[in-house]
Design a protein around this ligand. Structure first.
Ligand code: FES
Length: 128
């Protein structure tokens, strides 16, 4: 039997179109550091605004990505920093132009933008 808290978080997840059954839901999760130590705050705000606009456009085309504006990643250098899951790919120096490349190449085509990627959680075919 599931706890009351678990039932509540599952209901909230469903309201956000997250998968609670292990399939469906969002294609990828994007986290953007909104902290103030890795880049000027204006830079990450510009990326957040751009991502919200582009992901909203993609949603109308049937693509689903979950975007979180996060606090400090405890890394604090080379921002704006952006992470894409499930690969756990960390990107540095994300400008609007780099962000669009990440959208086109990584989110939509599944290819990591190696030029700006500096760390990852999952191995990809390039690592083998
Ligand atoms: S402020 Fe961005 S990682 Fe710390």
């Amino acid at each position: 039997m599931e706890s009351e808290v678990k039932l509540k978080v599952k209901r909230k997840a469903q309201s956000r179109a997250l998968s609670v059954a292990g399939k469906g839901g969002y294609e990828r999760h994007i986290l953007l550091c909104m902290g103030t130590n890795c880049c000027p705050p204006q830079a990450s705000r510009e990326i957040a605004k751009y991502l919200n606009k582009r992901l909203s456009e993609l949603k109308k085309q049937g693509r689903n990505f979950y975007f979180t504006q996060a606090g400090c990643f405890s890394f604090c250098i080379g921002g704006p920093l952006l992470i894409v899951y499930p690969e756990g790919t960390w990107y540095h120096s994300v400008s609007v132009e780099v962000c669009e490349r990440i959208i086109q190449e990584h989110l939509l085509e599944g290819r990591i933008v190696e030029e700006f990627a500096f760390a990852r959680t999952l191995n990809t075919t390039e690592d083998k």
